[in-house]
Design a protein around this ligand. Structure first.
Ligand SMILES: Cc1ncc(COP(=O)(O)O)c(C=O)c1O
Length: 393
C-alpha cells in the first residue's frame, strides 16, 4: 500500500509551514509520537517518575516488541541505549581485541567509529584497515574478502554514511563475514527507518540505530541489536555493568542478564523509550517497503532536478541510493547555502569534517550540502527547495 501522504502530513504538525529536509539530522516527530512523549513527561511531573513507569510498564516493554518486529529479531536481542554512538560503543568495546588483531572498515565510515578504532589501536594494539571502495563508491566486497586474513577479528561498517546518499552492500558484506566466521558490526544509524533492515538477511552480529533520525522518534534515544548467540553461547562481556545489566548475588559474585539488556543501564530516558516504541509502531503502520519506495522516489527526483541547475554537482555515490541527497554548488559554500535555506524556512544541513573524514579526504571533498528527504515530504517541499537553490544568493 502506498503511503497515505495526506494523513502523514496532517499528523506532522510542522508540515503546515516548514520545509524539513533534515531527516538525516533529526526528523520531525509525528504528532502521536510527540504526544506520547509529552504526556509521559506530564504524568511524571504530576504523579512521579517511578510511578509513571510502573503504571505504563507495557508501553516500555512495547519498545522491545516494536524493535524486534522492525529488525526481524527476538525482543531479547534488543537493548535500549541513549543514542546510536553509545549503542555501537557498547558492542564495539565489548569485543576482545588484542595486539595485532585487525578491524576492517569502509571508506565512508562514521567519524566517531573511526575514533573508537584508533582509540583501541592505541590502547589495545589492534589495527584498523580501510577497505577501498569500488568504481561506484560503495565498499568493494571483493576487496574486503581479499583483505581477510588470520588476524581479522571484526568487520565493522556504516550501512549509510552521514554525508552521502550511498547505501553500502550490507548483505553481501554479511555473506563474507559469515563465510569466514568473523563478527560483523553494522552502524545502521541512517538506514533504520528509511528502508527495510532485516538482521537475519544482513547476517550481522550487532547493529546500532538512533531514534531521532529516520525513525522519527525523540532525541536522546537509540537501540542496539545483539545476536542471541553472543549472549547464550559466548556470554559477551559489556564494557560497563550496573545492577540492571547484572544482579549482585553475593558479596563476591554477580550474574549478567541473559538477554541484550545487559548492554543497558538502569536509569534512562523512560519517556523517550516509550515514545520510540510508538515511533517504530508508527513507521510499521505505513510499512517499511512503502516508506523505502517513497523515499527513493523523492530522493531520485530531487537529485535529477538539482543536477539540472548550473554549477550544481551531485556528490552521492553508490549503486543503491537513499534519502540523503548531497551536492556542491560553485561559488557558494555549503554552510552558506544551509544558512540561507534555513532563513527561508527550509531545513537542510551541511556535512563536513570528522563525521565523513576518511571518505571525504580520499575523494578530495571538503564539505557538501545535505538535503535528506522522508516519506512525509511532498512535491511542494521539493519545489521550494529546488527553487531556492536555483535562485542562488
Ligand atoms: C552513520 C552514522 N552513524 C552514527 C551516527 C551517530 O548517531 P547518534 O548521534 O545517535 O549517536 C550518525 C549521526 O549522524 C551517523 O550518521
Amino acid at each position: 500500500m502506498p503511503i497515505d501522504l495526506a494523513r502523514a502530513r496532517a499528523e506532522t504538525r510542522a508540515c503546515a509551514d516548514l520545509v524539513h529536509l533534515n531527516h538525516a539530522g533529526a526528523s520531525l516527530m509525528p504528532a502521536p509520537v510527540a504526544d506520547a512523549l509529552v504526556d509521559w513527561l506530564r504524568e511524571e511531573e504530576m504523579t512521579g517518575g517511578y510511578e509513571t513507569a510502573r503504571r505504563h510498564d507495557g508501553r516500555l516493554e512495547n519498545f522491545y516488541d516494536a524493535s524486534a518486529k522492525l529488525l526481524n529479531c527476538h525482543r531479547d536481542e534488543i537493548a535500549y541505549v541513549e543514542n546510536a554512538t553509545r549503542a555501537w560503543d557498547m558492542a564495539f568495546y565489548a569485543l576482545d581485541l588484542r595486539p595485532g588483531d585487525r578491524i576492517l572498515t569502509a571508506e565512508c565510515e562514521y567519524g566517531s567509529n573511526m575514533i573508537a578504532y584508533l582509540h583501541r589501536a592505541r590502547r589495545d594494539g589492534c589495527e584498523v584497515a580501510v577497505v577501498p571502495s569500488d568504481q561506484h563508491g560503495q565498499l568493494d566486497v571483493a576487496a574486503l574478502e581479499a583483505m581477510i586474513d588470520a588476524r581479522t577479528r571484526l568487520i565493522s561498517i556504516s550501512h549509510i554514511p552521514t554525508g552521502g546518499g550511498l547505501v553500502n552492500p550490507a548483505e553481501a558484506v554479511g555473506a563474507v563475514a559469515r563465510k569466514y566466521a568473523i563478527p560483523y558490526l553494522l552502524d545502521a544509524c541512517q538506514s533504520v527507518g528509511q528502508m527495510p533492515v532485516d538482521v537475519e538477511k544482513i547476517g550481522c552480529d550487532f547493529l546500532s540505530a538512533t531514534g531521532r533520525k529516520y525513525l522519527r522518534g525523540p532525541r536522546g534515544t537509540g537501540l542496539l541489536y545483539v545476536k542471541h548467540r553472543w549472549i547464550a553461547e559466548m556470554d559477551i562481556d559489556p564494557p560497563l555493568l550496573d545492577q540492571h545489566a547484572a544482579t549482585l548475588v553475593s558479596e563476591t559474585e554477580y550474574r549478567m542478564r541473559g538477554d541484550a539488556r545487559r548492554f543497558e543501564n538502569w536509569e534512562c530516558y523512560f519517556a523517550g523509550k516509550a515514545a520510540l516504541g510508538t515511533a517504530i509502531d508508527y513507521a510499521l503502520g505505513f510499512g517499511m517497503d512503502a516508506i523505502h519506495q517513497r523515499v527513493t522516489l523523492l530522493a531520485d527526483g530531487l537529485r535529477a532536478r538539482l543536477a539540472e541547475i548550473p554549477g550544481v554537482t551531485i556528490t552521492d555515490q553508490g549503486v543503491d541510493r537513499c534519502g540523503i541527497v548531497t551536492f556542491t554548488k560553485a561559488g557558494e559554500k555549503p554552510v552558506e547555502i544551509r544558512d540561507r535555506c534555513i532563513a527561508k524556512g527550509i531545513n537542510i544541513s551541511a556535512s563536513s569534517g570528522s563525521g565523513s573524514r576518511v571518505g571525504f579526504d580520499r575523494r578530495g571533498l571538503d564539505a557538501v550540502v545535505r538535503a535528506s528527504v522522508h516519506y512525509v515530504n511532498d512535491d511542494g517541499d521539493i519545489d521550494r527547495f529546488v527553487e531556492e537553490i536555483r535562485r542562488g544568493e
